[in-house]
Design a protein around this ligand. Sequence first.
Ligand code: UD1
Ligand code: MG
Length: 453
Amino acid sequence: MTVPARKRAAVILAAGQGTRMKSPTPKVLHRIGGRTMLDHAIDAAQALGCERVVVVVGAHSPQVGEHAVKRLGEGATVIQDPPLGTGHAVLAAREALADFDGDVVVTYADCPLLTAPTIEPLFALRDAGADLAVLGFEAADPTGYGRLILASDEVLLRIVEEKEADAETKQVRACNSGVLAADRAVLFDLLAKVRNDNAKGEYYLTDVVGLAHEQKLTPRAAFAPEAATQGVNSQGELAAAEAVWQAARRAAFMVEGVTMPAPDTVHLCWDTRLAAGVTVEPFVVFGPGVSVARGAVIRAFSHLEGAAVGEGALIGPYARLRPGADIGADAHIGNFVEVKKVKVGAGAKANHLSYLGDGTVGPKANIGAGTIFCNYDGFDKFETHVGSGAFIGSNTALVAPVRVGDGAMTGSGSVITKDVAENTLAISRAGQVDKPGWAERFRAMKLARKEKK
Ligand code: UD1
Ligand code: MG
């Protein structure tokens, strides 16, 4: 985290309707890398060292406010009702920051790719004497954006919104990202002077730039890559931002020593932790809360969430690790094995077609193909504990609550309803009956009938 020269606060705008998302979920609660866009915006503000973060929310989506309060505490939100423009939105935070002495940075909650390093140059401009610092970008297609009217590379005169722009101004490709920083008192004094006599009848935050210039203050601009400032307005743009975010995260892991032969097919989460020396094969999905220790291999088509994978463990192909799966060092979890809330000991193996839910598997135990931990009776969950070095025969149903002792075995096809003592073999199935010649007689009888017809 940066240690700023002046104190910093953030105002995050999140009062827009987000109608183009066409979703019952408020726009800024849609997720990138498994984390809401609002949380990404708060992350950036906190990484900038903002000691106060105020989220401006609309009256139309109380969930946004609740989400912000859960993360930041009471008093972290202000309501803008009705929404009368971006300038009006920032003004809604005026009271909340009345006692704050320092710089305020304004960001949007729907720009999930904006990170602290991208915004930090605004504070460098402040340090260099700019009264107002605006983050701009060179747009491939500037249509729809506010245009930065610059006197020189950095010196800003004003911002002209698309709707107010004449033909010549529309040629300008230097655009406003929406992020700006200024001293708190200066910003709110300027905002108080903003009027809504424009094409949209809105209070434009961007008008503070022209006002500042008129007052002989110095507005300046810093530039970021267009991709870093992109907003999300539709499901398509959400997916596009996700793709950018995923690519960046995967690249970072590869720099740190994670092997990914087909990175484009790996889906990460914001809190995924992969140690150096981990291999992630193609088409692996990480949900929230996964950590993988060095040397582990996550084979193709596996799905992991809320799981810890120990050193050198081998997961998949086609494995499913659900929350509470805690896989020990060098353990193997193979194809079509689902593990939920089970601690699997070091070197244990469950290689094929099993459900292990609620319990423990001891070190070096072997879980045969088709083993089921029957953990649920329709009302409650119960635990299964398999001792170290135990051998569970194929197609064993372990009806929880049940314990299989260290070194014990179960015969394949058994339904185990009682605890098995250590080093004991438990079999529960009908004994085998052999009828010599029966099959031959059966076929002869069937053939004879068929010929008669
Ligand atoms: C804004 C900028 C424009 C810039 C563009 C970048 C203004 C006037 N224009 O335009 O210069 O190029 O963003 O994407 O600032 N919001 C509120 N309350 C409101 C209105 C908006 O909280 O009353 C929030 C929205 O939720 C959104 C952000 O402010 O997060 C921007 O609003 P939007 O309507 O998208 O502004 P643009 O017209 O795109
Ligand atoms: Mg917009």
